[in-house]
Design a protein around this ligand. Sequence first.
Ligand code: SF4
Ligand code: SF4
Length: 223
Amino acid sequence: MLTAEYERLKSSYREVFLDTANEIRAVVESVRPSDFEGDIFKSYEIGSVGFNWQQIVLSVLDIRYCGYKKSGLRQIQSFRDECNCVGCGVCCNFAVSEFSPEELKLKAENGDNFASQFISVFVPYKDMNEVEKIYPEYVQMLKDNGESGYYFYHCQKVTDDNKCPDYENRPQICRDFPDNPIAFLPKTCGFKDWKLKSESVSLKLNAEAEIINFYKEKIKELY
Ligand code: SF4
Ligand code: SF4
C-alpha cells in the first residue's frame, strides 16, 4: 500500500516540478532585456547586458523563493495546528535513518544538534523481525523499491503502553515530529490530515527550491 503511495508521490512531484520549471522559465524571460537574444546559462562580460540580465534573474528568483517559502511554511504550520498527536507510539518505536549508530555518534560529537538529540533517546534495533512488526508497510515499501542502507531505531524510554515517561522534557525532535508532509506517516498517526492538506504546498516548495538553486549554481559556475 505504501509502495503505491510512493509511486503516486513521485508522479505528483514530477508534475509539480515540470509546471514550476515552466513558470520559472517564464519569469526569466519576462525580465529579458529587449532585443537581447542570449542564453541565460552563457558567460558574458561583466557589466554587459547579458551579465546584468543574469543578476536581475538571480535577484527576482530569490524574491520569488522567499515569498513562496514564507507563505508555504505558514500554511503548513497552520494545517499542523489543526492536528494533534494521539499517542499511538509508532514514531517512538520506529525511527529510520540513513546513518548508522557510529555515524550518528560522530555527527553528535561534531556538534550536530539533531544527531545529539536522536542518540539521547533512540537506540538501534537488533532484530529486523521486531522492526517489521511495528511498521510492516514501511519495510515492505523499502523492499519493493530495492532500497537499502537504512538503519532502524527505537526509543529506549517509551513504555510498553506507548507512553513517554518524561513527556514534559522530551527532546525537541520529538516535539517537532512529524515535520515533513512528504514523509510517510503510519496510518494511526494523528497528523494524517495535516499531511494530506500540506503535501501539495510542500511539493511546490521543494520544486521551487530545487529549480531556483539549479539556476543559481549554474550562473555562479560561469564566473
Ligand atoms: S523521548 Fe518520549 S516522545 Fe521521544 S521518542 Fe522517547 S518516548 Fe517518544
Ligand atoms: S506517530 Fe503521530 S500520533 Fe503516533 S505518537 Fe507519533 S506523532 Fe503521535
